[in-house]
Ligand binder design. Structure first.
Ligand code: ATP
Ligand code: MG
Length: 569
C-alpha cells in the first residue's frame, strides 16, 4: 500500500477518553475510531490486523476439522424464550421489534440458533460428531463498555459449537478445541494461561476453561500455583481448608456488647479495638433473587460472590441497600450474625474459628466473644471467599498461589445437553433410541485479541506487532521523496518485496522525516527499511525487531534479510 493514498489518520496525542494503552495506541496509530460507546470502526490498518488474527484462527480450527458457517445476528425472540434465556439474560441482550411487532434479539452468542439448526439437520449418530464455527459480529449491551476493543457492545467473536453422540466424543471435541486454542494464542505471540472457570449462567455439565492473556489492565484475577499446574479464575479458585489452631482449652466467654460509635469498617474496628482483622467476623447482606442472605467471612478475607451465587443457585446477587438492611432489622456497618433473622452462609474459616468480634445489628455496637454454632447457626458452611496470594495450593503439597491479572481472550465450555434438551435436538443412536445431542461451545474474542496483543506488544513510541499479526510486514520509508534516487530505489524495493508475497507499506508522502518516523513507530511494522542518502550507492538502512540498531546494507541484501526474518524462501 502506498501511504500517500492510504487512510491512516495517526494522532500525536492520546485522546483523553482512552484509559488503556491498547485503546490509546490503536486510536493514535489510526487503527480504529469510535462511533458510539463500545462501538468502533476498524480502519484499513485495524481491519488488516483483524484479518490476520482470523486467518490464524481459521487455519487452526480447520486443522481440528471444524467447519465454518455464518449465522444471522438477527434472532427471533422465540428461540430465546424456548431455551429459557430470554428472561435470564437481562439487559445485556439487545431486543427489538420488527414492523409487524415481532420480537427479535441481536445475537450476543449463538447456542439457540445453532441448536435449532442441528435439531432440523441432524437425525442420526452417523452424522456425529460435528464441530461448526463462525466468525461474526456479536452484540451485548455491556453495563460498562470500556478500554476500547477490550469490552465493546458490538464486537467480533469466533464462536464454535461441538455436537456429539457420546460423552467420550464430547470430551474429545473439548480437548481438540483446547489444543487448537493453545496453538492460536501461541501464534498470536501471547503470554497466556488456561484456567479453570466458573460455569455460571451458561449452565451445563462438566468443565470450563478460560484462556487468560496476562496483562495488568485485565479485569479478571487468576490464581496460579508456583509448583503444580493448578490455575483458576479467582471466581473459582479454591481455598485450602484452614488448619485449625492448637486447641485452646480455656473456657469460652459469654458474648459481650461493645460500644463502637461510628466504627463501621474493618480498618476502623482494628484501630478502635486494637485487634487483628482475622479476629473479626465480617457480615455482608445480599439480596439473592429477591431473598435476603447474610454472608460471614473473616475480617481479612473477601466475599467471593460467584461462590455465593452458585451455593444458592441464584441468578442475581446484589448487596443490600441501607433501606433493605433496616427492613431486615439491622444496619450496614453494624450487621452481624447473632440474632439476625436472615439465612447465614458462614465461610469455613469463620466456622473453624474459636470466637470473633461481629456487628451487633444495633447502631454503634459490636459484640465480642461470638462463638460460631453457639451464638449463631449457619444455613450453609463452605468456601465463600477469595483465595489470597501466598496461600497454600489446594492441589499440591509444595506450591503457593500467586495472583495475576488477566484478559479473558477465549473460553471453552462443556454444555452437555442443556440446549439440546430445551430445543429438542435429538438423534437416533445405534439401537434406534432417541437421545439428546451432547454439546460444547467455544468462544474467542477476535477484536478483543487485537487489543490484547497491543497490550502485550508496545513501547512508549507505539505498537510493536508480532510478525504474523502486523498489518504490514515491512515498512519502506524513503526519507525524502523529492530525491529521485531515493524514491526510485524505495519503489523498486516495494515492488520486489510485494512480488515475493509480503505486505508492504511504502511511505511515499512528501513529509518531514521526523513525521514519517513517528508515524512508523505508531504503526509498528516489525521490519523497517529506510532509504536515505546512501540510495545513490544502492544502500539502505535495515532494522527489525529481533536485531538491535540499524544496518546499512545493499537493497538486495535487505530483501534477503526480510525473507530470513519471516522464514520465507
Ligand atoms: P467477560 O467475562 O469478559 O464479559 P464473557 O464470559 O461474557 O466475557 P463469553 O460469553 O465466554 O465471554 O464470550 C466468548 C469470548 O468473547 C470471550 O472469551 C471474550 O474474548 C469475548 N468477549 C466477550 N464479551 C466481549 C466484549 N464485550 N467485547 C469484546 N470481546 C468480548
Ligand atoms: Mg460478559
Amino acid at each position: 500500500m502506498r501511504q500517500s493514498q492510504a487512510l491512516i489518520p495517526t494522532l500525536r496525542e492520546a485522546p483523553a477518553e482512552a484509559e488503556a494503552v491498547s485503546h490509546q495506541l490503536l486510536l493514535r496509530g489510526g487503527y480504529i475510531r469510535q462511533l458510539a460507546s463500545g462501538v468502533y470502526s476498524y480502519l484499513p490498518l485495524g481491519l488488516k490486523v483483524l484479518q490476520h488474527i482470523e486467518r490464524i484462527v481459521r487455519e487452526e480450527l480447520e486443522a481440528a476439522e471444524a467447519q465454518e458457517l455464518l449465522m444471522p445476528a438477527l434472532q427471533p425472540a422465540e428461540l430465546w424464550q424456548a431455551s429459557g434465556r430470554y428472561a435470564v439474560y437481562g439487559p445485556e441482550l439487545i431486543r427489538l421489534q420488527d414492523r409487524h411487532d415481532r420480537s427479535f434479539a441481536l445475537g450476543p452468542t449463538h447456542e439457540e440458533v445453532i441448536t435449532t439448526l442441528i435439531q432440523q439437520e441432524i437425525h442420526s449418530y452417523r452424522q456425529l460428531p460435528l464441530t461448526l464455527y463462525q466468525i461474526q459480529t456479536k452484540f451485548r449491551d455491556e453495563r460498562r463498555p470500556r478500554f476500547g476493543l477490550l469490552r465493546g457492545r458490538e464486537f467480533v467473536m469466533k464462536d464454535a459449537y461441538s455436537f456429539a453422540a457420546t460423552w467420550e466424543e464430547a470430551d474429545q471435541a473439548y480437548l481438540e478445541m483446547f489444543a487448537a486454542y493453545e496453538r492460536i494464542l501461541r501464534r498470536c505471540g501471547l503470554a497466556f494461561r488456561a484456567v479453570q472457570a466458573d460455569s455460571g449462567a451458561m449452565g451445563g455439565e462438566g468443565g470450563t476453561h478460560e484462556f487468560m492473556a496476562l496483562a495488568d489492565i485485565g479485569e479478571d484475577t487468576i490464581a496460579v500455583c508456583t509448583s503444580c499446574d493448578y490455575a483458576a479464575n479467582l471466581e473459582k479458585a479454591e481455598a485450602r481448608a484452614p488448619v485449625v489452631s492448637v486447641s485452646n482449652e480455656a473456657p469460652l466467654s459469654e458474648p459481650e456488647m461493645l460500644y463502637t460509635p461510628g466504627v463501621r469498617t474493618i480498618a476502623e474496628l482494628k484501630t478502635a479495638l486494637g485487634v487483628e482483622a482475622q479476629a473479626i467476623f465480617k457480615t455482608l447482606l445480599y439480596i439473592a433473587d429477591d431473598q435476603p442472605v447474610a454472608v460471614v467471612v473473616r475480617g481479612d478475607h473477601e466475599v467471593n460472590e460467584t461462590k455465593v451465587k452458585s451455593a444458592l443457585g441464584a441468578q442475581s446477587l446484589e448487596l443490600a441497600t441501607p433501606e433493605q438492611a433496616a427492613e431486615l432489622g439491622t444496619q450496614l456497618g453494624f450487621a452481624g450474625p447473632v440474632g439476625l433473622e436472615v439465612p447465614i452462609l458462614a465461610d469455613t474459616a469463620v466456622w473453624e474459628a474459636r470466637e470473633g468480634i461481629a456487628g451487633a445489628n444495633v447502631p454503634d455496637s459490636h459484640v465480642a466473644h461470638v462463638v460460631p454454632g453457639r451464638d449463631f447457626a449457619a444455613e450453609q458452611v463452605g468456601d465463600f471467599r477469595n483465595v489470597q496470594a501466598g496461600e497454600a495450593c489446594p492441589h499440591c503439597e509444595a506450591g503457593q498461589l500467586q495472583l495475576h491479572r488477566g484478559i479473558e481472550v477465549g473460553h471453552v465450555f462443556k454444555l452437555g445437553t442443556k440446549y439440546s434438551e430445551a430445543l429438542n435436538a435429538r438423534y437416533l443412536d445405534r439401537q434406534g433410541r432417541e437421545q439428546p445431542v451432547i454439546m460444547g461451545c467455544y468462544g474467542i474474542g477476535i477484536s478483543r485479541l487485537l487489543a490484547t496483543i497491543t497490550e502485550q506488544y508496545h513501547d512508549e513510541q507505539g505498537i510493536r506487532w508480532p510478525g504474523e499479526i502486523a498489518p504490514f510486514q515491512v515498512h519502506v520509508i524513503p526519507v525524502s521523496v523529492k530525491d529521485g534516487e531515493q524514491l526510485r530505489l524505495a519503489r523498486e524495493l516495494y515492488a520486489e518485496l510485494r512480488s515475493k508475497g509480503f505486505e508492504v507499506l511504502l511511505d511515499d508522502r512528501d513529509e518531514r522525516p521526523g513525521v514519517k518516523f513517528k508515524d512508523a513507530d505508531l504503526i509498528g511494522s516489525p521490519v523497517r527499511i529506510i532509504v536515505g542518502k546512501a540510495a545513490g550507492e544502492g544502500a539502505v538502512e535495515y532494522s527489525d525487531r529481533r536485531s538491535p540498531g540499524k544496518q546499512l546494507v545493499q537493497a538486495a541484501e535487505a530483501t534477503e534479510r526480510v525473507m530470513g526474518y519471516y522464514g520465507a524462501n
